[in-house]
Design a protein around this ligand. Structure first.
Ligand SMILES: Nc1ncnc2c1ncn2[C@@H]1O[C@H](COP(=O)(O)OP(=O)(O)OP(=O)(O)O)[C@@H](O)[C@H]1O
Ligand SMILES: [Mg+2]
Length: 378
């Protein structure tokens, strides 16, 4: 798939930006604070129904305006599509081919993107929440049902945690063990939805780890072997368990941690506590990897995500590269450009062209971004 046209009206620091994009490479050059990331944010929003920078919709609207609009024309294998998102105050409305959708989340699955930005180093280096978000978002983009499951799980978890807090207080006041029958009802729901989430994650990671291993070898000339494993928080869990067996293990874990959970007032086991183990040549790269190794692993994960989406949907997503060329060495830059050449529409932002020396073999368009105005270089 590729984006043919992008219109941003009153989005962030734009007044009116209309772009006719190149089907392969699009390079946006501009100094700091001119609107490069804003453009990527607008596109990302159309893929995921969320901004990657803020959860506050009103921040996306130009300070001097009340409403904003993003409109995209998307070319897909089976025809073209018009996507629109209208922002007004804290409201978001979305349309596909001029037909309004009931819920914003129904936008998921039409435009697929992979965003890679310097912040993605967090994916490797920082806490497990970043890695869970990566895997969940990746699945959600190609499987909106998973997105629904994951929302439902969060809701159940919140209710269950509230109840645990109540039980903690009651026990504290009375000094006695309290009635846990309500908790058992929440347990069942948590297990039912949680088990589905775990199974889907395992299925996806199985594919992803092969793709990421290949990508890592490609970027490092075969020097580094990347190994990815799902780290469950459940005692006794292994990947070979069937769905009903996983449910039994999940239940056992909840029962075994009953006391601890009431003492702490929150749920201590479940897919919301899982992680991804990332190893290079047997070393835990999350903890011990050098900055460059961690960056390479982040890149390998993103490249694996591209291939994964291709395998799920039949076409490559649009790749958004926010200012990452300056962070990669020249051989990694070259490999990256080779991978995307002529097959993946890519939108690159950069502050200067210095790092783009490997471009010779690609066809591309260059744009200048200056104070919210974008002009195509003739
Ligand atoms: N709601 C808004 N209305 C108007 N301007 C905004 C709004 N939100 C952010 N901005 C402006 O947008 C600019 C930031 O744009 P952006 O993050 O796209 O910069 P950039 O070109 O990516 O810069 P860098 O190279 O530093 O990453 C800032 O100058 C900020 O003041
Ligand atoms: Mg930026």
């Amino acid at each position: 798939m590729y984006l043919e046209k992008v219109l941003c009206r009153n989005f962030r620091n734009f007044n009116e930006v209309l772009l006719n994009l190149h089907p392969n490479l699009n390079i946006f050059i501009g100094a700091n604070g001119q609107g490069k990331t804003n453009l990527l944010e607008a596109i990302y929003l159309m893929a995921t129904a969320d901004s990657h920078r803020t959860s506050v919709t009103s921040e996306l609207i130009n300070w001097e305006q009340k409403k904003a609009l993003i409109q995209l024309k998307l070319e897909k294998r089976n025809g073209d599509l018009k996507l629109a998102c209208k922002l007004s105050g804290s409201q978001k409305e979305v349309e596909i081919n001029d037909n309004p959708l009931r819920k914003v989340n129904e936008l998921l699955g039409y435009l697929n993107v992979v965003l890679f930005s310097p912040e993605d180093l967090k994916l490797v280096k920082e806490g497990p929440a970043n890695r869970r978000k990566f895997i969940d978002l990746e699945i959600s983009q190609v499987n909106p049902y998973y997105h629904h499951l994951s929302g439902k799980y969060d809701h159940i978890l919140k209710q269950r945690n509230n109840l645990l807090k109540n039980l903690r207080e009651k026990r504290f006041k009375s000094g006695k063990n309290t009635d846990i029958s309500m908790l058992e009802i929440w347990d069942e729901q948590l297990i039912e939805i949680g088990t589905k989430i775990i199974k889907k994650r395992i299925e996806v990671i199985k594919k992803l780890k092969i793709l990421a291993r290949l990508a890592q070898r490609q970027i490092t000339n075969g020097q580094e072997n990347l190994q990815i494993e799902y780290e469950s928080s459940l005692d006794g869990f292994n990947e070979k368990l069937k769905e009903n067996e996983t449910a039994v293990i999940f239940k056992q874990n909840l029962v075994n941690n009953r006391d601890k959970e009431i003492k702490r007032g929150y749920t201590v086991v479940g897919p919301h506590r899982a992680d991804l183990m990332l190893k290079i040549n047997k070393m835990d790269v999350r903890k011990f990897g050098s900055q460059g190794q961690q960056r390479t692993v982040a890149l390998a994960l993103k490249l694996a995500e591209l291939e994964f989406m291709k395998s799920e949907t039949g076409e490559y997503p649009v790749l958004l590269l926010d200012d990452v060329f300056s962070e990669l060495d020249s051989s990694r830059r070259k490999t990256l450009l080779q991978i995307i050449a002529d097959k993946i529409q890519t939108i690159i932002t950069t502050t200067d062209m210095e790092n783009m020396e490997g471009l010779r073999n690609n066809s591309y368009k260059i744009y200048h971004v200056n104070q919210g105005r974008i002009t195509e270089r003739g």
